[in-house]
Design a protein around this ligand. Structure first.
Ligand SMILES: [Zn+2]
Length: 453
């Protein structure tokens, strides 16, 4: 396509998206009003309702829609073929949401979408009902002239770990097969600064249990001779980091994050680090957060301070959550952790290290024609080129798609910005930014439709 017609296409789609936004926003409000929390403790009828609402939105765009259940919450699959010989693009989002948490912390009710100062507040207003609506907006922008085949897949249990996703991919995978996959559940680098998320860390959770006695005994009588379980456990946990605070488990992979501007002041502001407390680890801050392994003790089974007594504890346990480099093998990483812990056991104590949960990370092959078109579409929508970012956390479904569709280009996009507070109180969506997200996706479909096979 000539440069001139490409510019005209951008202008046309920009105007069309602008005209569509009032209805797109109205539909987003309606979706956000449905309290579709997928946790077991919440009424599953609301997740059913959000699946139905999502299905209706897709049907209205001419997609053939079905709601599938494979033992978990309902997912919505909608398909519409493109012109003969055209590429197929899969568009992913999720219609379930996190619980609202303490409603007293919200400035407006979580399930009553409310606009303030250019942002839309509500649980799911960003994560990820805006992702659903970005896909719908892109479809609407193309109307009857959809340039590619499209499969929309909207999951209903992302916030509880996508347990039935592997089964859905196994049973319905053929319907979901695509040349490019757009996973709209991440975010941009900042307002006005678009990004593609090209790496995610994996996660390995393990439970370390230490035992030294077959029953608790008086700490005054035997203390000083008989080691207690907590004494052992504390030493094992301390052996997991070096003096700088780097993870001390040897043999784990680590990568280098993209060179973006992120300073200690921003880290302090975003994390709430107390004055005088130093960051740990070595390497750039983003490398430490995105591409190096880290480990957090997330729980300890030991007597509480309130119920403590003068007893040598026979058994104590800790659960650790280890984030691993994007390209690390999760099972191999667990083995390294286990060996390291067992190599540091003092005084012949009995120690077990058990795998609790694991999930691989993701490192996109962020090159090739689909990525080129995505970068160009983002550039057209924002006026600046997107940056590659990482996410320190793990999104298990990304690895599941990468494994099931190894030949598809996977683009992780999204509507979030640094103030979104997904999962927190006062979650919100930047509305002007949301319009650019919708435009970028409409432009991407146009570009992929114009790309020679
Ligand atoms: Zn999400």
């Amino acid at each position: 396509m000539s440069e001139l017609s490409s510019e005209k296409r951008t202008t046309d789609l920009r105007e069309r998206i602008r005209g569509l936004m009032p209805q797109v926003r109205a539909d987003l409000y309606a979706l956000t009003r449905i309290p579709s929390v997928s946790l077991d403790a919440f009424d599953p009828a609301h997740v059913e309702a959000s699946a139905e609402a999502t299905a209706a939105l897709l049907r209205a765009e001419g997609l053939e829609v079905e709601i599938v259940r494979e033992g978990g919450r309902p997912a919505v699959i909608g398909r519409r073929p493109g012109p003969p010989g055209s590429r197929t693009v899969m568009l992913y989002a999720h219609h379930d949401v996190q619980p609202p948490g303490d409603e007293a912390l919200w400035d407006s009710p979580p399930f009553e979408p409310t606009e303030r100062a250019g942002r839309l507040y509500g649980r799911g207003a960003a994560d990820d009902k805006a992702g659903v609506m970005a896909h719908v907006a892109a479809l609407r922008a193309h109307g009857d002239a959809l340039p590619v085949g499209v499969t929309v897949f909207v999951e209903g249990e992302e916030e509880v770990g996508s347990d039935s996703l592997p089964t859905i991919l196994e049973r319905h995978g053929e319907k979901l097969r695509a040349d490019a996959i757009v996973l709209a559940d991440s975010g941009n680098w900042d307002v006005g600064e678009p990004a593609l998320t090209t790496t995610l860390r994996g996660n390995v959770r393990a439970v370390i249990t230490a035992s030294t006695l077959d029953h608790g005994v008086h700490s005054g009588m035997f203390g000083g001779v008989v080691p207690d379980a907590l004494m052992v456990l504390v030493r094992l946990l301390a052996a997991l980091h070096d003096d700088e605070g780097n993870l001390a488990v040897p043999g784990l992979r680590e990568g280098v994050a993209a060179d973006l501007d992120y300073d200690e002041a921003r880290l302090r502001r975003e994390s709430g680090l107390l004055d005088g407390v130093e960051p740990v680890g070595s390497g750039s801050l983003l490398t430490r957060m995105w591409t190096k392994p880290s480990l957090t003790t997330i729980g300890i089974d030991a007597p509480s301070v309130a119920t403590s007594s003068n007893t040598l504890l026979p058994t104590a346990a800790a659960k650790v959550s280890m984030r691993i480099a994007p390209d690390e093998d999760d099972l191999a990483a667990f083995e390294r952790l286990r060996e390291h812990v067992l190599a540091h056991v003092p005084w012949g104590a009995r120690v077990e290290v058990e795998l609790d949960e694991r999930g691989a990370g993701f490192a996109a092959d962020a090159e090739g024609p689909v990525y080129d078109e995505a970068r160009a579409a983002f550039h057209d929508a924002w006026g600046v080129a997107p940056v590659d970012i990482g996410v320190g956390g793990s999104i298990p479904f990304v690895a599941a798609f990468a494994e099931r569709f190894p030949d598809a280009a996977i683009l992780v996009t999204g509507v979030e910005d640094p103030d979104t507070r997904a999962h927190g109180a006062n979650e919100s969506l930047h509305l002007a930014e949301f319009e650019r997200v919708c435009l970028a996706e409409a432009l991407l479909l146009a570009r992929l439709g114009a790309l020679p096979a």
